[in-house]
Design a protein around this ligand. Structure first.
Ligand SMILES: [Zn+2]
Length: 296
C-alpha cells in the first residue's frame, strides 16, 4: 500500500507532467471505486486547468482552476476560483501518464481516464478498488473538505516534534491506552504513515509496537519523531531517484522500496549492531508487526 513517500513521489511526478494542462474529457468506466464518484465529478473536471499537484497525508490533491477562470493570475493569493481534485490510491491504485490514447487502452484495471486538450492521458488503475476520488471547493489551506479537516499532523512538517507527541498524544486526555503503533497509523493523528514505515520507525526508535501510548517517555517520543522523519525523508529521496528513470518516458510510475530493516524480515537476525536478537513477526487485527525480540 502506498504510504506518504510513495504518494509524494507520485505527486512530484504528476506535478511535473500535469501542471498547466487543460482537461478535455473525463471517462469513467464505472460508478464507484471504494466510494461512488460524486455526481458533479465529470462536470467539475472537464474544462478545468491543472495548476499544481499537492499532497496531504496519503491523499493527492490536484489543484485545478475552474474553466470560467482560466485567465486569472497564477498567484496563490488570488486563488478564488479553484477546486481540489482529491485522489486516494487505496491499496493498489496507480496514476499512469501517457502521451497518447493507445498506450492507456492496454491498462488492465483502468477505471478512470482523463484526456487533456493536448492529447495526453492520465489513467487510474486499481485492481482492488480501495482508492477513491472526490472534489472539494478551495485550495490546500482553505477548502470545504471534511476529509481534509479530519486529517492529523504532517510528519514532515516542523510542527511534528517530540514536544507535540508528548503534549498532544502521550499526555493527551484520550487514547493513552492505545498502542503506539495504532496511534501512529491513525490518519487523524499522524497523516501519511502506514504499516511499513511505522514498523520501520519503531524498530529504529527501539520502541515495541504494542507499548501503550501512556507509557512512553519523553526520550522515546524524541526517538520516535526523529526516526519517522528520517525514514520518510530517505524513502522520498529513494523515490526521487527511481523517478529519474521515468522522466521523458511514457507510462508506468513504479513504486520503490527502501531497503527495509525490520518489515518483512520475521525470523532474521536484528540488524542493529551488537543486538544479537531476532526480528519477530506478530499478526494482530490482520496486520503484521515486526520488531526485535529484545525490545520491550
Ligand atoms: Zn535488536
Amino acid at each position: 500500500m502506498p504510504e506518504l513517500p510513495e504518494v509524494e513521489t507520485v505527486r512530484t511526478y504528476l506535478d511535473g507532467v500535469m501542471s498547466g494542462r487543460e482537461i478535455e474529457e473525463v471517462i469513467l468506466y464505472r460508478k464507484d471505486l471504494r466510494f461512488r464518484f460524486p455526481n458533479n465529478f465529470r462536470k467539475t473536471l472537464e474544462g478545468a486547468v491543472v495548476r499544481r499537484v499537492s499532497r496531504r497525508g496519503k491523499l493527492i490533491l490536484i489543484v485545478c482552476c475552474k474553466k470560467e477562470d482560466k485567465e486569472r493570475t497564477q498567484k496563490k493569493k488570488h486563488e478564488k476560483n479553484v477546486f481540489l481534485w482529491l485522489v486516494h490510491l487505496g491499496m493498489s491504485g496507480r496514476l499512469l501518464w501517457f502521451s497518447c490514447r493507445r498506450a492507456c487502452e492496454v491498462v488492465r484495471h483502468r477505471h478512470v481516464c482523463i484526456r487533456f486538450v493536448d492529447g495526453s492521458f492520465l489513467c487510474y488503475e486499481d485492481a482492488r478498488r480501495f482508492g477513491f476520488m472526490e472534489v472539494a471547493e478551495g485550495c490546500e489551506e482553505d477548502h470545504n473538505s471534511l476529509r481534509l479537516d479530519r486529517m492529523g499532523i504532517e510528519p514532515l512538517s516542523k510542527n511534528f516534534t517530540k514536544q507535540w507527541l508528548w503534549d498532544g498524544v502521550v499526555q493527551g486526555v484520550r487514547g493513552q491506552g492505545r498502542t503506539i503503533k495504532d496511534t501512529l497509523m491513525d490518519q487523524g493523528c499522524v497523516a501519511g504513515l502506514g504499516n511499513i514505515y511505522v514498523n520501520e520507525a519503531l524498530w529504529a526508535a527501539r520502541v515495541h509496537p504494542f507499548r501503550r501510548v501512556g507509557s512512553m517517555s519523553r526520550v522515546e517520543c524524541g526517538r520516535i519523531v526523529s526516526s519517522i522523519k528520517k525514514i520518510l525523508s530517505s524513502a522520498i529521496a529513494a523515490g526521487g531517484s527511481t523517478l529519474r528513470d521515468y522522466r521523458g518516458g511514457d507510462g508506468e510510475l513504479g513504486y520503490f522500496q527502501l531497503r527495509l530493516r525490520a518489515y518483512g524480515r520475521g525470523g532474521e537476525a536484528c540488524r542493529r549492531r551488537g543486538c544479537g536478537g531476532r526480528i519477530v513477526r506478530v499478526v494482530r487485527g490482520g496486520r503484521a508487526s515486526y520488531f526485535c525480540e529484545r525490545v520491550r
